[in-house]
Write a protein that binds this ligand. Structure first.
Ligand SMILES: [Fe+2]
Length: 189
């Protein structure tokens, strides 16, 4: 059984009780406030991280797009550089023929001096001329270039000479291949 309060003690008890309640309420409020702030902090951090990852993804995507465009441009440039006009193409093929004719000249010079000469090299050169020059290059000229000049009535005398040169070259190739005792190679292409 509790002690009966003396005079003034009841008021003091009530005051103390009120203070205790207020302190508890304040503590509760502080705890709630801290939780709210912590939650808000976490949410803000999450949002920031999310936003940052979004920005990073956009940057990566843009970088990939730039790299892709650069690659496409490089490919186009490469194609442009590789692309040559028809006359340039024919001139380059003539350069191949000129190199082969240098081999003919060196062998002919050795033959005229009575020196040994490489029959296999001569045979291989003749086969290359037959495959590349006669069956491909000359054929293009005879099928497309010469008829265009003849149709236009331009340089027809020159075209006639070139046709005769083609025929003579073909006969020479056949003669060389017939006389060089080297077994034929497999088709290079
Ligand atoms: Fe030619």
């Amino acid at each position: 059984m509790g002690r009966i309060c003396g005079p003034g003690e009841d008021t003091a008890f009530r005051d103390s009780n009120e203070r205790t309640k207020k302190m508890a309420a304040k503590e509760n409020h502080d705890v709630t406030r801290r939780r709210v702030l912590a939650t808000a902090g976490l949410s803000a951090g999450g949002l920031l991280a999310f936003a940052q990852s979004g920005v990073a993804q956009q940057r990566t995507k843009r970088a990939e797009e730039r790299a892709e465009k650069a690659q496409e441009k490089a490919k186009e440039t490469e194609k442009d550089q590789a692309r040559v006009s028809a006359p340039e193409d024919l001139m380059r093929e003539h350069a191949v023929l000129h190199r082969l004719l240098l081999i003919y000249e060196r062998i002919a010079a050795r033959q005229s001096r009575g020196e040994e000469w490489p029959a296999k090299t001569l045979s291989e050169s003749a086969r290359l001329i037959q495959r590349f020059v006669e069956e491909y290059h000359q054929k293009l000229e005879e099928d497309y270039v010469f008829p265009a000049f003849e149709k236009a009535g331009r340089d027809t005398d020159l075209v006639a000479v070139l046709r005769k040169q083609h025929d003579a070259a073909t006969a020479l190739t056949r003669s060389i291949l017939k006389r060089t005792p080297v077994s034929p190679r497999k088709r290079p292409m």
